[in-house]
Design a binder for this molecule. Structure first.
Ligand code: TD4
Ligand code: CA
Ligand code: ZN
Length: 314
């Protein structure tokens, strides 16, 4: 099936109330695992790459990196009967956002959330105008990604999380397609010191005030069994903690449609790789020692697709 615009997938998910994982890649192997998971679950697939991934793939040349990802993802999309889209994650650099649009990404994120509201709005508007003129959809972010700490005073916390009234104004005035509201998640494998907690009331208010597809960043679960498996083979992930599946499910109920996931894929891959290297010390063919890591990544994604409700939605 086709290589599609991310908006097609997210508008449907918004209407039918399910989430789709947006899965980060840096190379071929993770893409293969994702496509296989989507095929087996009959799920739509959103692939995303960071600016760092684009530079990595292009050996420093963003135009080349963006083209490599578009070609690779398109070639896979053409060969399967599930819809596949490609998105630029956390675009901050005008030149890289333009490289992605020019290369053929279906959507881009403009992440200007560290700037004051007006400046974020202005930068987002500028990208929306360019992107929409060539049929590319746009994600923006409001608030800062930080975990909700029990001992932080409320004022400080409110300053970093999204303001639902600002969200309404931001969406109205920017014409952005998807919004990432900060509700207490953070990137990486160490999200919470105490119990995992997100601001659901705030999420619901943002959904009410905007109505558009919402994005959860920092959505990895960091499953215990993956951490354990990796640690059995030499990894040290002490204190690793993610967003439990039950909470992910609730965020979808309250309006999240795009669920950004990178850490979990990295963790599943390294667990499989460590296991393989420990068990087959004589192996040096990458196609063989990547087999189990790829399978672990695929299985993790399949489970996530079922949790978010996008299985069978292709
Ligand atoms: O936006 N993301 C993915 C972040 C990718 C970072 O890539 P670089 O290392 O190249 O900068 C997420 O929100 C995923 O969050 P997660 O919970 O998986 O860490
Ligand atoms: Ca940001
Ligand atoms: Zn993110």
């Amino acid at each position: 099936m086709p290589y599609v615009n991310t908006k097609t997938l997210l508008d449907k998910a918004n209407k039918e109330n399910y989430g789709i994982p947006a899965l980060n890649i840096n190379n071929l192997e993770f893409l293969q695992s994702i496509i296989d998971a989507g095929k087996e679950e009959k799920s739509p697939v959103i692939i995303e790459t960071s600016e760092g991934a684009i530079k990595y793939a292009g050996s420093g040349d963003a135009q080349r990196g963006a083209r490599i990802f578009v070609d690779m993802v398109r070639a896979y999309a053409d060969s399967v009967d599930i819809p596949v889209s490609l998105h630029l994650d956390h675009g901050k650099t005008f030149v890289i956002i333009m490289a992605a649009i020019k290369a053929g990404y279906g959507s881009v994120m403009i992440d200007a959330s560290e700037h004051p509201f007006e400046e974020n709005l202005e930068k987002t508007r500028r990208i929306v105008e360019i992107a929409h003129s060539v049929g590319v959809s746009v994600e923006a972010e409001l608030g800062q990604l930080v975990g909700i700490e029990d001992n932080v005073d409320v004022k400080e916390e409110e300053a970093t999380l999204v303001d639902p009234e600002e969200a309404r104004q931001f969406v109205d005035e920017s014409d952005v397609d998807f919004l990432a509201p900060a509700i207490g998640t953070s990137h990486g494998a160490f999200k919470f010191k105490g119990e995992a907690r997100l601001d659901f009331d705030r999420l619901r208010a943002v959904k009410d005030s905007t109505g558009i597809p919402l994005v959860l960043h920092g959505a990895s679960s960091v499953p215990d069994e993956i951490v354990k498996l990796a640690e059995e083979h030499g990894a040290d992930f002490k204190g690793a903690k993610g967003v439990p599946s039950e909470i992910l499910k609730q965020t979808v109920q309250f309006g999240i449609n795009k669920v950004n996931t990178d850490t979990d894929l990295r963790m599943a891959f390294i667990a499989g790789l460590r296991e393989t290297l420990a068990e087959t010390p004589a192996e040096f063919d990458p196609r063989k020692y990547f087999k189990k890591p790829k399978e672990y990544v695929k299985n993790l994604i399949r489970e996530r697709m079922r949790i978010l409700g996008c299985s069978g939605k292709a």
